[in-house]
Design a protein around this ligand. Sequence first.
Ligand code: NAD
Length: 289
Amino acid sequence: MNIEKVMVIGAGQMGAGIAHVCAQAGFHVRLYDNQAKALEKGINTIEKLLQRSVDKQRMTEQEKNETFTRIQAVDTLWEGSKADLIIEAVIENMDVKTDIFQQLDHIAPTHAILASNTSSLPITEIAAATERPEQVIGMHFMNPVPVMKLVEIIRGLQTSDQTYQAIDQMAKALNKTPVVVNDFPGFVSNRILMPMINEAIYTLYEGIATVEDIDTSMKLGMNHPMGPLTLADFIGLDTCLYIMEVLHEGFADSKYRPCPLLRQYVKAGWLGKKSGRGFYTYTKLYTNA
Ligand code: NAD
């Protein structure tokens, strides 16, 4: 299957990044968000990052302009009627995602593939909301999308070989390295990462070491680029809790129980970097320093 026109749904952190890399690889991209402000912010972010690439001499001014003009901000899902591939990157909520997939199923051409960037929800269930489950697949990009090389391709129970092959090629065309994963909770990356982060939080909860010493152990002892508690703050503690709950419920195995300290922090509104407080304190938000 020949993919030329891509539509991205959701212009947040991930959607804007996905639109960016698709346009940079030569695809024509329509970017949609149901919040005009989010769409504007997403487009501005892409422009800023492209300009940064020019400033760092990774791209010419002409390449930047050509890339940017391949992205069109659109204000209706109906623009999906022209797409070969639609990548959904809205909030992590099954009801919102299935509603969008049902609408897209009616709007998109019959040949079009519908992909979700979900980090934890079952692709099989999202696919079941459509009349084309064999053309529904997970395309899990990592954050920040322009930088991170990995794309997890998640095959739902009914995803066809043809759909998988097309998305594998697409990921490679975006200069990413795809891995193929069957549709089980957490896929591969979060199945391994989140229990490690949760265990780091237990280590703190049980008073075994300080935040700094837990992070230093993993950075210097395991050569991780950042410690697990710092990483949790960057991902967002609410997101970490949500994914642990998906693993716990999905496998019904107590080894995935979220640490009570993680729950307590989320209840307190300590969500990590985005809220200014998590395992560390981020004063930058308040001081403009
Ligand atoms: P975000 O909150 O930055 O962006 C979500 C966007 O979706 C917002 O702009 C919002 O206005 C828009 N939106 C919400 N409902 C919509 C609707 N009905 N129609 C159109 N747009 C709608 O979130 P994000 O971090 O970009 O995450 C998006 C998806 O990517 C989630 O499924 C998340 O699990 C997944 N993901 C996130 C990360 C990460 O590190 N942030 C990594 C991999 C995958």
